[in-house]
Design a protein around this ligand. Sequence first.
Ligand SMILES: Cc1cc2nc3c(=O)[nH]c(=O)nc-3n(C[C@H](O)[C@H](O)[C@H](O)COP(=O)(O)OP(=O)(O)OC[C@H]3O[C@@H](n4cnc5c(N)ncnc54)[C@H](O)[C@@H]3O)c2cc1C
Ligand SMILES: Cc1ncc(C[n+]2csc(CCOP(=O)(O)OP(=O)(O)O)c2C)c(N)n1
Length: 592
Amino acid sequence: MSGTEMQMTGAEIVLQALKDNGVTDIFGYPGGAVLPIYDEIFQQDDIQHILVRHEQGAGHMAEGYARSTGKVGVVLVTSGPGATNVVTALQDALMDSIPLVCLSGQVPTTLIGSDAFQECDTVGITRPCTKHNWLVKDVNELARTIHEAFRIAQSGRPGPVVVDIPKDVQFATGTYTPPSVSPIQSSYQPKKQPDHRRIQEAVELMRTARRPVIYSGGGVVNSGPEASRLLRDLVEITDFPITSTLMGLGAYPASGKNWLGMLGMHGTYEANMAMHDCDVMVCIGARFDDRITGRLNAFAPNSKKIHIDIDPSSINKNVRVDIPVVGDVGLALEEMVMLWRSAAKDLAKNRLDDWWTSVERWRARKSLSYTPSNDVIMPQYAIQRLYELTKDRDTYITTEVGQHQMWAAQFYGFEQPNRWMTSGGLGTMGYGFPAAIGVQVAHPESLVIDIAGDASIQMCIQEMSCAVQYNLPVKIFILNNQYMGMVRQWQQLLHGNRLSNSYTEAMPDFVKLAEAYGGVGIRCDKPQDLDAAITQMIDTKAPVIFDCRVANLANCFPMIPSGKAHNEMLLPDEATDEAVANAIDAKGRQLV
Ligand SMILES: Cc1cc2nc3c(=O)[nH]c(=O)nc-3n(C[C@H](O)[C@H](O)[C@H](O)COP(=O)(O)OP(=O)(O)OC[C@H]3O[C@@H](n4cnc5c(N)ncnc54)[C@H](O)[C@@H]3O)c2cc1C
Ligand SMILES: Cc1ncc(C[n+]2csc(CCOP(=O)(O)OP(=O)(O)O)c2C)c(N)n1
């Protein structure tokens, strides 16, 4: 045995491996199959355990923690229902590229396959919703497996992994090997360094562009702050217009002069028109999701496409590209910026003038406009005021899923990466509040706000109890329209206004609910009172539920109905009921 190896129980190995991988906080819920690990947690002070109220909450907390810090989020659950409850969060993390290590307890190895109490096939159930998973049957494999789990979760395209640990393995004694001396076990070696020739080709194509657009995504945020800095440099030296996906917001500042706003289904007119009409598209760390492309055969029909992505399976998956660049965004951008500086010296200064004139014409369309009101709070106005009153603070925003999420993306101006946590790929209602708790654990002094809908917030509301227990002053800002607004909007526009099961008839009193949990409740229903109420929320040093009563039937525009092209988007002033109905009748009524 080498000097760095030690004999320990499986449970001790788990704690030691977490510490050696830099873990300081974990989110979990106990049960019979993880009691040896909980016993070890009890006997140490290096790692803080946050006791959640539902394992789904633990998963989303770890996601918020990971996204806001760039670290790996860690979850601990028991066997059976503990493991199955966390599946939604694992799939969420898989789709949004969030690095998670989930440790689950399992029944003793001798009982596996016997329908033992709280047994489930965790490895089988989580195989499709993780990057990798393991059932560890030998205590001597435990340390190496956990180290490997951390490596896989955060390398390449980040994502969740599961380590399933039977109870007898937690009791057994074996050898602990630290990460530095543990051999790398798998053949998973993602390529970080992009091919130099590909970047040269990309820069050559960018030089010829007359109608270029940069389409950036979550991969820029994943790559780290340096990638965002380089993205800003690239935009500045090329003077290309830039748009971003929902997942990439903040990598380029919303106040930047080349910013077109978000693209896609609820993106701005200028972003979607620039994507449609461009001649060169530079896709940086985004994955051509269907909310972006709309109808595939009408997607950017006259453009050459460059795609930078660390995951080779992402290249040519949905859209064929001309120049694939496989590697880390940060490394690719570093070289691209360097090559551009020397390659672009002789380019005519006015070569993009016509293109910028088109962009300005599209911008003048003011596609995010809405009709203000003195009587009722418009949801867009609520987000604008929230932004104005929090923008100079150290603020992190999470969201649930629905209209409020899209209005947050449209009206809250993100200036920095890692400040915006939202469930994009899976679109998980119930994500935002636990994610906000995870962010607050990582940033105890910051202002953390979950922008929520009245339906979504009820999916993980039990975590109020967790926020109160740990004095985490998270703010839940509910845009309360009494409807599942996004569902109602689709039913109105695409299903003959038959509002099937999208109205919530027995809404809880959110103020009393906050108080029942030991938090603070605030209600506001008048535009004139909104600033004072938001200020009260910000100044409250406790978890707050803010019940912001907004216009019930407001719709979120612009909107590209699913299956339509970018240039077929519905704009707010065209989307009167009649115009919408006509547009849909003319093109054939669509199903969701
Ligand atoms: C109700 C609702 C409406 C929505 N409407 C919109 C909309 O209007 N507009 C919109 O944009 N989205 C919208 N979305 C979100 C959408 O579903 C997708 O989640 C989103 O578009 C995907 O963003 P992305 O392409 O940046 O990919 P991500 O899921 O963030 O993937 C990142 C990509 O970058 C790669 N990558 C990761 N790390 C690195 C690295 N270090 N270096 C290089 N590459 C890396 C990954 O392999 C991956 O291909 C909506 C979601 C919901 C729930
Ligand atoms: C777990 C889950 N179930 C169902 C859906 C489908 N869905 C998407 S948005 C939405 C309504 C959300 O309503 P609310 O939270 O009130 O937000 P609003 O749209 O009104 O802002 C539903 C049901 C989902 N995204 N997630």
